[in-house]
Design a binder for this molecule. Structure first.
Ligand code: HEC
Length: 143
């Protein structure tokens, strides 16, 4: 006897081959004007050490012979997203904590608004996934 189409037990092909979205990416706190201003500042003040696109030094995980670490990436592939914005801002304003590293302080060259702009620029390199993880940390730090 011939099988009819209706007797088939085959399941319909899944609608989409992409994984289901875990949760919608949070909206970014900054706007394009922050990113534009921050990009100019980053190129002027930060790119020489952290790389043109914030990629950091390739050896950033290993301390040099002086015990100090090379400039880490800020583009979302390093640790920067582990820090709430207050901490990032303080690192930029005051430099390496306790003067123990080679991150200079920019408090005498950049205003607080400029520091915020430059953070927006490098956060704009982060993927939605990294940004979402950072955002959770950020919210917790404000409680
Ligand atoms: C002279 C080189 C140099 C310049 C210029 C520089 N940095 Fe850094 N930066 C470092 C080094 C080295 C570190 C690693 C930590 C340390 O030793 O202080 C660092 C660390 C950081 C961190 C902490 C990252 C993390 O993963 O915790 C941030 C944020 C940062 N820099 C942002 C900036 C920004 C923004 C600018 C420009 C306004 C800038 N840096 C300019 C060398 C530099």
């Amino acid at each position: 006897m011939l099988k009819t189409a209706s007797s088939s037990t085959e399941k319909p092909v899944a609608e989409s081959t992409t994984a289901p979205q875990k949760s919608a990416a949070p909206e970014r706190w900054y706007g394009s004007e922050h990113v534009a201003r921050g990009g100019t500042l980053f190129a002027q003040h930060c790119a020489e050490c952290h790389g043109k696109n914030g990629e950091g030094a390739s050896s950033w995980r290993r301390a040099g012979p002086d015990g100090k670490y090379p400039p880490p990436p800020l583009n979302g592939t390093g640790h920067a997203w582990h820090h709430p914005i207050q901490v990032l801002g303080a690192q930029i304003k005051w430099g390496a904590p306790g003067g123990q590293g080679n991150m200079p302080s920019f408090g005498d060259r950049l205003s607080d608004q400029q520091i915020i702009d430059v953070i927006a620029w490098f956060q704009d390199r982060w993927t939605d996934e990294i940004y979402a993880q950072w955002w959770e940390l950020e919210l917790r730090s404000r409680q």
